[in-house]
Structures are given as C-alpha cells and as structure tokens.
Design a protein around this ligand. Structure first.
Ligand code: GLA
Length: 734
C-alpha cells in the first residue's frame, strides 16, 4: 500500500474542496459508515449500520449520539484507551492529529479507497485512515498509514488497525477459543463492564487459542438469522489484540490491531508504517448474515483463487504417518482414484538425504527426496498419479528446521535465537524456527517452493505447514536496538516471500496448515486457497469446530476429511456415513489408509465423493444459513447452503447425541425462495427404503416455516443400526 500524499497546504485545500466535504460517506450496498472530516479537527465517526437514507444523513448530527474520534490517539486526556500511542523524536508522548485532506482512488479490482489524511498539529507526523469498499460487497476494510517526517526516529508504542464505537446496550460478543485439536470453539457472552480482550502471542500461528475475528450482536443474545450484528476480522497472520472497553460513556469501544506488547516499532525519519486491515461488516440478518458477508467478500477478494472449485483429495498423514514409500503411495493413489477422488497429497516423511525424516525430530529444511523411500523420486510419483488419473500434492514446512538437519549445520545463523542462551527447541525436541525477518531466509523459503514447482510443474497442491511458535524473543538478523521488531518483521518477511511465490506460481493450490488450525485468518488467505481446520478429525467434534470456523470462513476453504474409526485423536467410533456427512459440509477429503476400509465403507465414501461433486458448487460458492447450533444442546445441529439464485440447496442434519425418548426440534430451513418449489433428494443414502419426502416437492415457504421431519434412526438391516444418525438433502428448484 502506498501512502497517499495528503500534505497540501491548508488554504489550497479549502479552495478545492466542495462545501459539504466534512461528511465522508463510506457506504456499501446495505451498510453505511459516516465520518465527519472537518478540516482542522480530528476525524469523527458518526454512524455505522444499515445503509443510511440521504435525508437522514443530513440531520445525523442532530439525532445526537456517536461523535467520537474515529482513531483515538494517546496523550491529551490520556485516561481513555487509544488506538495509537507514539513517542515523538524529541520524547514527547502526546499526539494530536487533525484532518488535512480527503482523497479517493480506485484500485485495479474495482475497489474504492477513501483516505482521510490527518497531521499532528505540532509535529510533522501523519496518520492516514483508509477505508476500502467493493462494489458488490458489504465489507469495509480499514487500515492506517503512519508516516514520520520528524527529524529523528519515532517509536510506535501502540498502532491499532482500527477503532469502532458501538452504542452501549445489551451487546453480546461471539468469539472463538480453543487449543490444538480443539480449535474454533464458540463462546457467546454479554459484554462486561471493563475490558474484554482477545489476544494472540504465539508469534507465528494465531488461531489455536483464540481468533482475530469477532461478532457483536446489538440486540441481546445472538441469533442466527435475525438481529443486528457487527462483524470484525483483523486480517493479520501474526500476534494480535482485539479488545472492547466498556467504560462510563454510552459506548463499547472496539479496538483491533497488531499486538504491540514487546513489539514497539521504531519508525525512522521518512518511513511509513502500514497496519494490517481490519474488515468490518454489518447485517440485520443475524450471525449468519454477517458470516455470508465475510464469505462472499473473502471468496472474491481475499482467498486465493476463491472462484475455483476445490478438488476432492486423499491426504496420507493419518493413513501412514511417516511410513512413506513408493508402493504405499501408489496404493493410496489407486484407491482414491477408484473412489472418484481427484487429488492425492503426500504428507510429512518424504524427504532427507543425510538425515532421513522418519520421525518428527529431524530434517526440516533439507527438502530433497529420500531416495531410499522413493527411488523414482517425485517424477515417479507424478507418473503414478497420471496413470491413475489423479493430481499430486506434497507437504512442506518451509519456515522451519531442526537441530538435526543439513540446513542448520550449515547455517545456524538463520534461526530465531536470543544471544547468550541455549536455543529453545520445539517439536521432536529439535525443531527450530527460521528467522523470516532475514532476507536470506526469505530467499531460502521462496526457493523451497520455487524449486519444487520448477522441477515438477505438475505438482498441483502444496500443504504448507508450520508446527512451532516463536519460542524465544531473539533475531540474529535484526540489530540490538530493533529486537522489538521481531514479531512484525517475521510476518513482513513471510508476506514478502508469499508474494514472490504467488507471482511465480499463481496456479498451485496451497493449504495453510499450522499444527492443524493454527493459521485460519484473513491475513494469510490471500496467498492460500484453503486452510486445515484442525488435527482433530473426529466427526462429532468437527461439527462444533466447523460450526465456529464457519462464522468467519467459507466452506470452500475449510479442509474437512473423512478419517478412520476409531478416530486417531478421540478414539471414538463413528460410522462412515456420519463421518462422510460431516466432511462433505466443507472441502471434502479423506485422511486415512483406504486399504484399511471394508468394501461397504469404501462404497459409502465412493457415493459421498460422487454426491459431493454434484453439490460442490452449492457448498463451495453458495450462501451459508446456520439453522440449529450444536452449542444449543438440542441434540441436533443443522445448516444449509443455498445458491445465490436460490435454485439449488443442500441441507445438513446431524444428530449429536442419542437417548431413548429423545424429542428433537424440527428444523425450519432458511435462505430459500418462498415461492419456488423444491424437490427433495437424499444424498449419501444408506436406508433400505427412501425417506417419505424423497422426490416430493415443497414450496420454499413451507420448508422455511416447517422444515421436514427427520427420522431419528436409519432404516437398515438390524446389524447395521448405530447410535449415530445424519442426513444430507439436496433441494432443487424446478
Ligand atoms: C501437523 C499437521 C498434520 C501433519 C503433521 C505432519 O501436525 O497439522 O496434518 O501434516 O504436521 O508432521
């Protein structure tokens, strides 16, 4: 992002600006953000919500209420929380900025950017607030450029991406929390007085323990399909901080940005610091409405190749772990091809010459084929893939190394390490993180991908993993006085590298994996086609994890695999039908050794893959309507996807507990056209006879008021009965 040069003399400005230049209207199709940009004063935010009628806009200020600084800065009246806090070159810790100019520009993709330029009243120090909108979206991206024109270095102590006041009331926060193998749990709570903070300090992976995205329901307890809701997503792959300060004013104050702790940034004379974007959206169609806004915007503008269908794949990890060899890989390719899959991905364990990667304690960084395991190399595997009519993908973890590796032996200076201390080691007791702040390391990481793709252009998919946090605060590259830049410069370096990779290799599909779901955020997805939600593939727990993930991220990006039973994480035994019905609500894949399946289970997978291909455009490009939350403990969870034209839909119903005498709610559907007739077809059917409504047609109105009655069990031969039950229905409009 280039800083807009807004430093025209004030008098010239007055002459060129139209009379009503103070009101800045950042409107999308259905929402408006109204700012007051009076020259000589700080920028004020007057309104955010439903799109405003022009007539109301004119009298907005007279209605009273919100008239707060759009980007509060620290120093004068320092009692309140601020979005920006700096120490000027002369040591002054106060900042006082006022509007000097407003600019608009159009980007290549059609987005409009409004920039409100502010300058400190006493210092040559600029703060430009940017607002980006897209013609067909209801998301507003906001970010800040901070420019130092002072005589010396300015220190940024806090530098948030954005601030938004929300009128005090019965406002509820929806956010995600978790841990490895238990990611994206949903929590909903009324905003407390004081501060509610969501933060990340991992350094590298930022969506295990919490997520940088939230929703605020303005009308009391959150509802899926009604009520006013604001969504906020910080688009940043590193450490973040989102907090809501509910103080003694009439507002809840939302701040979101890079976590400034231990990260003060030194801005040299002439330098500009650009914050990551904060994406804001608003909907009066409840939580699901905000999710749809994020999904639509994300698919079109933030997810790599968000308009391209994702393939059905088999990933080798849980099937064989490190036991990779040519024969086993060939068998897996044959099996996934025979079930209708389109892609095979070889996970960890394929590389290493001096140190073969047989377990997790060596070799990261030595990205050469282990020819003992794979005598015919990658080319041999590509040939086998071609023979089977599937594409081939490969696992890498390019930001990492191990103490046991040729890379580390040759370049110990490339790792993250503090001076005068024993290095801290991670996974396998040997894993180390490469210092992405170092341009030489950036080159190495670029070369890992570039070499693979140049030598083997037929590689279709890369699983990019990252299995460690930043384990100590120390960069061997950064100077002693800039050690606080480590966390930020790591991600700047990563983004620079990803830009190079995408420029050279735009077509390869890349999955963001980080110890499971550690990299699920809009700050990383512009370079990635999808993410891995979790290392936990237990279908029952996935109902919860994918529910939470769907708040902010679309199904097209959500890797969701049928794994073995008993499950490798929870050891729960879940029938294949239920596992398939859950997996096919995201980007369907398999994560097991197909040779361990019996023919009946293989048939279920084959049918699921076949059915999924038919509904793939609805799942991957459709609008999500969440219907019944698993968190409501009603015994069932349900959601559906509907095409934008409302002519085709898929309905999912998963029974999540089993008791005799259970009284489950009937689930009204949503998102259909009330006047269209929808014909029902069950997918993944295992019953001996069809459901009563199979092949029957109903109006969208009936389905949305009443839903359909789901039987609690399957009609199958006695020995096939299980305690699980799930249904997937396709609804096709005539
Ligand atoms: C991480 C990933 C897994 C798998 C392993 C390989 O844990 O999340 O899916 O790729 O690494 O070591």
């Amino acid at each position: 992002m280039k800083i807009q040069d807004c430093l025209l003399p004030a008098l010239a400005l007055l002459a060129t600006l139209p009379m009503n230049a103070e009101l800045v209207d950042i409107s999308t199709a259905k929402t408006s953000l109204i700012l007051d940009a009076e020259k000589g004063s700080p920028l004020k935010v007057l309104y955010y919500g439903d799109r405003l009628d022009a007539r109301d806009k004119d009298v907005l200020r007279d209605a009273g209420g919100m008239n707060l600084n759009a980007y509060p800065v620290y120093g004068l009246y320092p009692q309140a929380e601020a979005a920006l806090s700096v120490t000027h070159a002369d040591g002054n810790r106060t900042t006082d900025v006022a509007v000097t100019d407003i600019k608009t520009s159009t980007e290549n993709n059609g987005a409009s950017v409004t920039t409100v330029c502010m300058t400190d009243k006493a210092y040559p120090f600029d703060v430009n607030l940017n607002y980006r909108t897209y013609p067909d979206q209801d998301v507003i991206e906001t970010w800040v450029e901070i420019k130092n024109r002072e005589k010396g270095t300015v220190t940024l102590n806090r530098f948030m991406s954005g601030y938004l006041p929300v009128r005090y009331g019965d406002v509820w926060l929806s956010s995600l929390y978790g841990t490895w193998a238990d990611e994206a749990n949903l929590t909903e709570e009324p905003l407390p007085h004081g501060v509610r903070m969501i933060k990340n300090k991992d350094g590298l992976r930022n969506s295990h323990t919490s997520h940088g995205e939230i929703m605020l329901s303005l009308d009391g307890k959150p509802r899926e399909n009604s009520g006013r809701v604001i969504g906020a997503a910080l688009c940043y792959p590193g450490n973040y901080k989102l907090f809501i300060d509910t103080d003694d004013t009439n507002f809840h104050h939302l701040f979101a940005g890079i976590n400034e702790e231990n990260s003060e940034y030194h801005l040299k004379k002439g330098e500009t610091f650009t914050t990551p974007e904060l994406a804001l959206t608003y909907s009066d169609e409840g939580l699901s409405g905000v999710s749809r806004n994020f999904h639509k915007w994300g698919r079109k503008y933030r997810l790599h190749a968000g308009d391209k269908e994702r393939k059905v794949l088999l990933n080798s990890w849980e099937g064989v772990y490190f036991n990779i060899n040519e024969e086993v890989m060939a068998g897996m390719m044959e099996d996934i091809a025979s079930m209708g899959g389109e892609l095979f991905v070889m996970d960890d364990g394929w590389f290493g010459d001096k140190y073969p990667r047989d377990v997790d304690n060596s070799t990261l960084g030595d990205w050469v084929v282990d020819t003992n395991k794979l005598p015919n190399g990658i080319n041999g595997l590509l040939e086998t893939a071609k023979k089977n009519g599937v594409k081939f993908g490969i696992w890498i973890e390019p930001e990492m190394t191990n103490t046991v590796s040729e890379l580390y032996e040759n370049h110990p200076e490339y790792i993250i390490k503090a001076p005068n201390r024993e290095v801290v080691k991670g996974r396998g007791g040997t894993q180390l993180v490469l210092d992405m702040a170092n341009p030489k390391v950036q080159d190495i990481v670029f070369t890992v991908v570039d070499t693979l793709m140049t030598k083997y252009p037929e590689i279709d998919y890369i699983k990019w993993d990252a299995n460690a946090p930043i384990m100590e605060h120390g960069s061997q590259y950064l100077t002693a006085d800039n050690q606080s830049h480590l966390y930020i410069d790591y991600h700047n370096g990563l983004i620079k590298t990803l830009n190079r990779i995408r420029e050279a290799h735009p077509d390869v599909t890349i999955q963001a994996c980080a110890s499971g779901g550690g990299r699920v955020n809009w700050g990383i997805l512009p370079w990635f086609d999808e993410f891995w939600c979790s290392d936990n593939n237990d279908a029952l727990q996935r109902v919860y994890m994918q529910w939470g993930t769907s708040y902010f991220f679309p199904a097209i990006a959500m890797g969701s695999h049928i794994s073995a039973s008993p499950n490798h994480q929870t050891f729960r035994r879940i029938p294949t039908k239920f596992r398939a019905d859950v997996a096919m609500s995201g980007r369907l894949g398999l994560e097991m050794q197909p040779r361990d399946m019996n023919d009946e289970d293989k048939d279920i997978c084959r049918q699921a893959i076949n059915d999924y291909k038919a509904i793939r455009p609805i799942v991957q490009f459709g609008d999500l309507y969440r219907l019944q939350s698993p968190y409501d403990k009603k015994g069932v969870a349900s959601l559906m996807y509907v095409t934008p034209e409302k002519d085709d839909a898929v309905f999912y119903w998963w029974k999540i507990e089993t008791f005799m005498g259970q009284q489950l709610p009937r689930i009204p559907m949503a998102g259909l056209d009330p006047d269209k007739m929808y014909t029902v077809t069950e997918l993944n059917r295992i019953d001996n006879e069809p459901l009563p409504f199979e092949g029957k047609s109903f109006t969208g109105r009936y389905l949305m008021s009443n839903g359909l009655e789901m039987p609690l069990t399957y009609k199958v031969d006695y020995h096939k009965n299980t305690d699980y039950s799930s249904r997937v229905l396709r609804l096709t409009a005539k």
